[in-house]
Design a binder for this molecule. Structure first.
Ligand code: BGC
Length: 417
C-alpha cells in the first residue's frame, strides 16, 4: 500500500475534525492573530510552511496584545505539553528561557547567519546565554497614528506634527460631528497610546522611565505631563470605548465614524484588508513629537523543548522559513510590520511600510530605537502589568491630575520589582 503523504494525513484530520491526528512533523502554533489583517498575514505563513511540507495545527487565543495567549500558554506548559511554536514578545521570551523550557535554534541560525542580519535590539530577546531560542518574524512599532484622509481633509488642517496641532485637528473633527479618537478601552490599548505620550516627552526620558525604570523619571514632572495629555486625549473618545477590541476601533476610522486611531502598525493590516491604501483612504504618521524615534515590538516565535526528532526538525524548518528574506517581505507587507532582517528590500512595501523600514533603520543607527513598554519590550511582565494598572485607572477617570498619577506609577513600579 502506498504510504500516506503528510498532506493526506492533514486532509484526513480535517475531514474527521481531529486535530490530534496531526503528524509528528506538524507544528502546533499558539498565537493571537485573529483579527482580519492578522489572519491574512498568518495565512502567508501557513501557506509558506505547507509548501515545505510542514503541517499546521492552529491554536489561536484571541485578545490583542497577547495577554490571554500567555495565560493559555502557562496552562499548557504546566501540564507538561507545550505547543511547538508560540508567538511571543520581549521579556516573556526571556522569562521562559530562564525557566529552561525553550529549545535551541542554533542549528539553523548559525549557518544562515542570523547574527549578521537581525538587529541587535531584537537579538537581545531572541537569544539567551548566547543561543538562539526564538525566531523574530517582524518588527512592529507603537508610535503611529492612523488617520482617515477624508476626515483630515474636512478639518482643513495639515498632518499634525506636534501636540498643539494634534489637539487642533481633534477639536475640528469633534466640531465636524465625528468621534475624533477611535479607541478600545483595554489596558494594553491604553498603554499603547501611553508609549507615544511618554516618548514625546523625550527619547532619554522614555528610556529612563520605561527601560531603566528610574524612579525620578517615573514619578517626575515629565511623566505628570504625559498623564495630563492622556487625560486630555480621553475627552476625544466615544461613550462606548470601554472593552472595545482594537480592530473594531480601526474599523471606526475605516468607515468614517472616527477620525484617527493611535495604534501600532498592525492597524495597517486592517486598513489594507478593507481595501484602503496609504495616502488615499488613510494616512500614517508618527505620533506628533516622536518623529525620529521608534518604540518597537517584534513578534517572535519561541520554540519550546519538544520530544521527538521529527518535531525538532519541524521547529527548525519553521524557524528557517520565517527568516527567509522572501517570506519576510511577503508576510510583513500584509501584516503592517516591517522585516526583522536588515537586508530585505522595501520594493514590495507601500509608503507606510517604506517609511517604517526607513524609520527603523535610522532609529537603530541613531540610538533612538526603544522597546515598547506596552508590548513587553520595556520591562518584565510584573512591571508592565503594574504600569498598565495605573495608566488604565487614569484613562478611566480615577485621577484628575497627572502629578498624582505619576506618583502612583513610581510606587506601583517599585512594588512590582
Ligand atoms: C502584536 C501584533 C498584534 C497586536 C494586536 C501585538 O502585541 O505584536 O502582532 O497584531 O498585538 O493583536
Amino acid at each position: 500500500m502506498r504510504k500516506m503523504t503528510k498532506g493526506m494525513v492533514s486532509a484526513l484530520a480535517l475531514t474527521f475534525g481531529l486535530a490530534s491526528m496531526a503528524a509528528a512533523e506538524d507544528v502546533e502554533v499558539l498565537h493571537w492573530w485573529t483579527a482580519g489583517g492578522e489572519a491574512a498575514a498568518l495565512n502567508v505563513l501557513k501557506e509558506d510552511l505547507a509548501k515545505q511540507g510542514i503541517g499546521w495545527v492552529d491554536m489561536p487565543v484571541a485578545g490583542g496584545g497577547g495577554e490571554a495567549a500567555m495565560t493559555a500558554l502557562s496552562a499548557r506548559v504546566t501540564a507538561g505539553d507545550p505547543p511547538t511554536a508560540v508567538q511571543m514578545l520581549g521579556f516573556d521570551i526571556t522569562d521562559w528561557a530562564e525557566q529552561g523550557v525553550l529549545g535551541n535554534l542554533d542549528a539553523v541560525a548559525g549557518p544562515e547567519g542570523w547574527d549578521k542580519v537581525i538587529p541587535a535590539a531584537l537579538q537581545a530577546f531572541s537569544k539567551h546565554d548566547g543561543h538562539w531560542i526564538a525566531a523574530p518574524v517582524n518588527v512592529h512599532s507603537t508610535n503611529w497614528v492612523w488617520i482617515s484622509k477624508a476626515a483630515l481633509d474636512k478639518t482643513g488642517l495639515g498632518e499634525p506634527t506636534n501636540w498643539d496641532e494634534l489637539i487642533a485637528v481633534l477639536d475640528k473633527m469633534k466640531e465636524n460631528g465625528i468621534t475624533p479618537l477611535a479607541h478600545g478601552g483595554q489596558p494594553w490599548q491604553d498603554a499603547t497610546i501611553f508609549d507615544s505620550l511618554v516618548l514625546a516627552q523625550g527619547n532619554d526620558f522614555y528610556k529612563a522611565a520605561f527601560i531603566d525604570l528610574d524612579p525620578e523619571a517615573l514619578g517626575g514632572e515629565k511623566m505628570a505631563a504625559a498623564f495630563d495629555q492622556l487625560i486630555k486625549l480621553r475627552s476625544y473618545v466615544d461613550d462606548n470605548f470601554s472593552g472595545r477590541d482594537w480592530n473594531l476601533a480601526s474599523a471606526m476610522v475605516i468607515n468614517g465614524e472616527a477620525g484617527m486611531q493611535v495604534m501600532g502598525d498592525w492597524a495597517k493590516g486592517e486598513f489594507l484588508k478593507a481595501g484602503q491604501k496609504p495616502g488615499e483612504g488613510f494616512i500614517c504618521i508618527r505620533f506628533p513629537g516622536t518623529q525620529g524615534a521608534v518604540t518597537f515590538n517584534a513578534d517572535q516565535f519561541a520554540m519550546f523543548k519538544v520530544k521527538g526528532e521529527e518535531k525538532v526538525k519541524a521547529q527548525l524548518a519553521m524557524a528557517s522559513a520565517i527568516e527567509s528574506p522572501t517570506f519576510q517581505s511577503a508576510f510583513n507587507v500584509v501584516k503592517g510590520s516591517v522585516p526583522a532582517r536588515t537586508d530585505v528590500p522595501d520594493t514590495d512595501f507601500d509608503d507606510c511600510g517604506k517609511k517604517g523600514i526607513k524609520d527603523l533603520a535610522e532609529a537603530n543607527t541613531n540610538g533612538t530605537l526603544f522597546g515598547s513598554m506596552a508590548h513587553g519590550y520595556g520591562a518584565p511582565a510584573a512591571v508592565k502589568n503594574a504600569t498598565y494598572d495605573v495608566i488604565t485607572a487614569v484613562f478611566n477617570g480615577e485621577y484628575t491630575d497627572g502629578a498624582s498619577a505619576a506618583t502612583a506609577l513610581k510606587d506601583a513600579v517599585a512594588a512590582a520589582q
